[in-house]
Structure formats: structure tokens, C-alpha cells
Design a protein around this ligand. Structure first.
Ligand code: SF4
Ligand code: SF4
Length: 175
């Protein structure tokens, strides 16, 4: 698996192919795709040390629901209002953290891990159903998460024959 610092460069090399692969996957059987992605998710996260990686905490701006804010503020002995003033801004109607990397990231990982926002808890969502509707995020997260990058590479291997056929058929449009 790649190191987080290798991802950006590696992603640039496969970015076009990944978008083409995303178009191909849209036409695949949804249950079949879910089962492949979930198997890879389980296998790869078994060996991944997310605390030492923490690339998502450095690169992604997490969104907070009001429930997240109330829970985390209580944990920090703050009011929800004070927490919002200190850490949260609104961006296109969504409550997000003000600064990047996330201010709760420490050398030992997330300092509010037990009460972290639901969106952090779920990232990178590769264990969710109906991956076919999450493919854009999956491609974008290839540049952030080493596991997602690896899942995508392994999926290309699993669907190699069908994807090669698809590439030939679509060559004219993808020039
Ligand atoms: S709240 Fe914790 S898990 Fe979420 S981005 Fe910040 S440090 Fe990472
Ligand atoms: S979810 Fe992905 S990017 Fe985030 S810490 Fe784990 S491996 Fe790294």
C-alpha cells in the first residue's frame, strides 16, 4: 500500500483512467460491486494504521451536525455556542471546521476520537451500500486515502477484462 505522501503523485498518473473506470463501474451490477468493495475494505483496513496515517484529518475538512457539536462540546466542557464560535464556520449551508489540518489532530491521532463527528467515523465510506452512487467520492478520495487508492487499483484488476473491452468501445469518446 502507498504511503500518504506518495498519493498525490500516484493519483495524477491514474486520474484519467480512474474517471474512465468510474464510468465503467456505473454500468456494473450494484450488489456485485458492493460485495467486492466491502471485501477489499475489510482486508485492507485490517492492516492499516489509521492513527499514524491521519491523512484524511490533514486533507479533508470535516462537516459537523448539530448533534456532533453538542456531543463534542459537552466532552470538552464547553457550550455548543462557544464550540461553534471557536471551531466552526458555515460553508454553503454546511457546518465545517474552520481550519485545516483539523485542530483536533494530535501526534497521537484524534484528540476527540470517542466523540468524533459522524462524517469522520464513516470515512472513507467504503463499507457502505450502493457504492455505485458513491463513485465520484471514491475517485476523489483516491488522492487522500491510501486504502481507497488501493481498493480502486485492485478493482481495476478484478474487472480487468470487462474494463479493457469498455475502453476499446469508448476510445473514441475518451480521446
Ligand atoms: S475530528 Fe478527529 S477524526 Fe475528524 S478530522 Fe478531526 S482529528 Fe480527524
Ligand atoms: S481513513 Fe484512510 S486517509 Fe484516513 S487515516 Fe485511515 S487510511 Fe488514512
Amino acid at each position: 500500500m502507498l504511503e500518504p505522501k506518495q498519493l498525490e503523485k500516484a493519483f495524477k498518473k491514474v486520474e484519467d483512467e480512474n474517471w474512465m473506470f468510474r464510468s465503467f463501474l456505473k454500468g456494473e451490477d450494484s450488489d456485485h460491486l458492493d460485495s467486492r468493495v466491502h471485501d477489499l475494505h475489510r482486508e485492507l483496513f485490517k492492516h492499516m494504521d489509521c492513527i499514524s496515517c491521519a491523512n484524511c484529518c490533514k486533507r479533508i475538512v470535516p462537516a459537523f451536525t448539530q448533534k456532533d457539536i453538542n456531543r463534542i462540546a459537552k466532552h470538552l466542557n464547553m457550550t455548543g455556542a462557544d464550540f461553534k464560535v471557536k471551531y466552526i464556520k458555515e460553508k454553503q449551508g454546511v457546518l465545517v471546521i474552520k481550519t485545516k489540518p483539523c485542530p483536533f489532530l494530535t501526534g497521537q491521532g484524534c484528540s476527540i476520537y470517542a466523540v468524533r463527528p459522524e462524517c469522520c467515523r464513516g470515512f472513507p465510506y467504503t463499507d457502505k451500500k450502493e457504492m455505485v452512487f458513491r463513485l465520484i467520492n471514491l475517485v476523489e478520495n483516491c488522492r487522500v486515502c491510501p486504502v481507497v487508492f488501493e481498493i480502486f487499483e485492485r478493482l481495476k484488476g478484478i474487472y480487468r477484462t470487462e474494463f479493457e473491452e469498455y475502453k476499446k468501445e469508448m476510445a473514441f469518446y475518451w480521446k
